[in-house]
Design a protein around this ligand. Structure first.
Ligand code: TYD
Length: 209
């Protein structure tokens, strides 16, 4: 009997305003054009419950432990209901953020003890991590200007101060340094076509296609 090969789990990370959404859309189109099944999703969110938790997380002030637990609660649901079934069915799952974001924002940005994040990760997805993570790296001042230029009302995280985003950025870069095989760090100040080429090169290196 022929078994379906497991899909690939690719995540996109970076501070707010890094330009992930455009690149996720472009990669999804490129993969679909090659006949691959692609699922685009995001965190917090990705399920009906997760989207409700997202609304709370982006809007209400809360203790950092609560914030981390809700992020992982949404993630548990996301994995069980969406990510795991899609991967098992052979789809490529492209997620706008995953657990690296909790290390960057809650641990790096809001001062959550890393051991608490480790414990939640070990509970929610032991032994599981993305196959590839693109980190969109850019200075917080450039990112803040991009967020402001959208004219949209900033959410609770986007209203944080510049030094918060520098801590988030540093936490992401540290994770990338520790796991060079999984991460591909992109210069997100480059024009969109250049970034798309970097994403394509990151995938080509993996020789999955
Ligand atoms: P994002 O999807 O980038 O927001 P937008 O719709 O504005 O592009 O992410 C939502 C916010 O949630 C973002 O500020 C980062 C934050 N976040 C965390 O703090 N921890 C997490 O674990 C995740 C997944 C996101």
């Amino acid at each position: 009997m022929k078994t379906t090969p497991r899909g690939r789990f690719i995540t996109f990370e970076g501070i707010d305003g890094a330009g992930k959404s455009t690149q996720i859309a472009r990669l999804a189109d490129a993969l679909r054009a090659r006949g691959l099944e692609v699922l685009r999703t995001r965190e917090p969110g990705g399920t009906e419950l997760g989207e409700k938790l997202r609304d709370l997380l982006l809007d209400m002030a809360m203790h950092v432990d609560t914030e981390a637990m809700l992020m992982f609660a949404a993630r548990r649901e996301h994995l069980a209901a969406v990510i795991e079934p899609a991967l098992a069915a052979g789809a490529w799952v492209l997620s706008d953020r995953f657990t690296d974001a909790t290390y960057a924002y809650q641990v790096g940005g809001h001062g959550l003890a890393a051991a608490r994040c480790d414990a939640l990760e070990a509970w929610v997805h032991p032994g599981f991590s993305p196959d590839l993570t693109f980190l969109f790296d850019l200075p917080s001042a450039v990112a803040a200007a991009r967020v402001a230029a959208t004219g949209a009302d900033p959410d609770r995280f986007e209203r944080e101060r510049r030094d918060f985003f520098e801590r988030v950025r540093a936490a992401y870069l540290e994770r990338a340094r520790r796991e060079p095989g999984r991460f591909r760090v992109l210069d997100a100040t480059r024009p969109p076509d250049g970034i798309a080429a970097d994403v394509a090169a990151g995938l080509a290196e993996k020789a999955w296609l």
